[in-house]
Write a protein that binds this ligand. Structure first.
Ligand SMILES: [Zn+2]
Length: 88
């Protein structure tokens, strides 16, 4: 994220100092857009709340991975709190 802020700042500096070279407008605008993208991307795609490693448990009936918090298997609907069938 700090990299994006640095790019935005550098882009603004280039935009402000366009009087020295008209090309600075284009370069500054590009840096501004790229900096915004680099600033926003980690907030939107790569750090979503549901991308955290959530513990999963396997269904005893069909071995499908379910979230730890689910009450029933999302594949076969079996009760996740049901104990395995006794061997006797
Ligand atoms: Zn199941």
């Amino acid at each position: 994220m700090g990299f994006g802020v640095a790019m935005i700042l550098f882009g603004v500096v280039l935009l402000v100092s366009w009087g020295q070279n008209p090309f600075y407008i284009v370069a500054g605008f590009f840096l501004l857009v790229l900096g915004m993208a680099a600033f926003v991307t980690p907030l939107s795609i790569f750090s979503r709340w549901d991308s955290f490693p959530v513990p999963k448990v396997r269904c005893r009936h069909c071995a499908t991975l379910n979230y730890e918090t689910t009450a029933r298997c999302r594949n076969c609907g079996a009760n996740m709190f049901e104990r395995a069938a006794p061997l006797s």
